[in-house]
Design a binder for this molecule. Structure first.
Ligand code: B1M
Length: 209
């Protein structure tokens, strides 16, 4: 079994110290960082998601796998952010109000930082006011919103409507993403951009600026 497959399978069983050890080993062997991310860590999390859906895994299993994912991500972050570019633009990122999922958002943040964006990460459960106030304080070019729940998707619309009604209207672009988000939904709520994953988020953000 390849080292990357081992990372994937170790993440699925939630063994965080082992995921960290294998990730360090893969980095030491000069394994491409995007292979570790996409074929190891993200694929492992996909399997966890599938197991949860099938009723084979419960929330504690998902949480320990998420912790292992975070450990691996922390280790590859320095490599991902070794981008060639200098601060391309400033983005404010967060998971919208009521939503605590942050793995995908963290990945998008890392990819954006890797591409030279300065990202102010507000974490999870972020209100419209917090997004907009921070964008104003940081003189940001972009607001990046993530949502994983069908019940929290509409919070993205609140951010966009509040933004359009205030003094920051037209001064900052908005981009949305997350498992239930589609281009159609992004258009409906008036977001400037949508991306299905971290790499396309970087490309879309570059297009918007
Ligand atoms: Co939650 N959860 N969860 N969960 N969880 C989902 C989303 C769910 C689909 C599982 C299921 O039922 N099949 C379901 C939502 C159903 C729905 O809304 N229709 C669900 C539910 C129901 C819940 C709870 C309500 C469960 C409960 O308590 N009864 C609860 C809600 C808590 C809350 O938020 N208020 C809950 C809790 C949790 C945990 C805490 C256990 C844990 C989160 C841990 C954490 O994030 N720190 C968790 C997890 C891990 C998941 C699943 C299994 C995996 C999500 C994930 O991390 N995926 C998820 C199932 C699934 O998605 N299939 C599920 C890996 C990650 C890399 O992908 O986040 O999609 P993703 O991000 C991708 C893209 O979407 C995109 O790029 C990323 C990289 O490719 N992307 C963007 C994301 N943001 C972007 C922003 C962009 C651009 C692209 O631009 C700005």
């Amino acid at each position: 079994m390849s080292l990357i497959d081992e990372i994937r399978d170790t993440l699925v069983v939630g063994n965080a110290p082992k995921v960290a050890e294998l990730t360090e080993k893969a980095l030491a062997e000069d394994t491409p960082v995007l292979d570790i991310l996409n074929d190891g860590l993200v694929k492992g999390m996909d399997i966890v998601a599938e197991k949860w859906k099938n009723g084979e895994y419960y929330i504690p299993n998902v949480l320990i796998a998420a912790r292992a994912m975070k450990q691996g991500m922390q280790l590859i972050k320095p490599k991902l952010v070794e981008g060639d570019y200098k601060a391309r633009a400033v983005a404010v990122a967060g998971t919208v109000k009521g939503d605590l999922h942050d793995i995908g958002k963290n990945l998008v943040v890392m990819m954006m930082e890797g591409a030279g964006f300065e990202v102010v990460d507000l974490g999870t459960d972020v209100s419209a006011e917090k997004f907009i106030q921070t964008a104003k304080e940081k003189n940001a070019d972009l607001i990046l919103m993530s949502a994983l729940l069908t019940t929290t998707m509409m919070a993205m619309k609140d951010v966009i409507n509040t933004l359009k009604a205030g003094e920051m209207a037209g001064k900052v672009k908005t981009m949305v993403g997350g498992a239930p988000i589609t281009q159609k939904f992004a258009d409906e709520i008036g977001a400037d951009g949508y991306a299905p994953d971290g790499s396309s988020a970087v490309e879309r953000a570059k297009d918007l600026l």
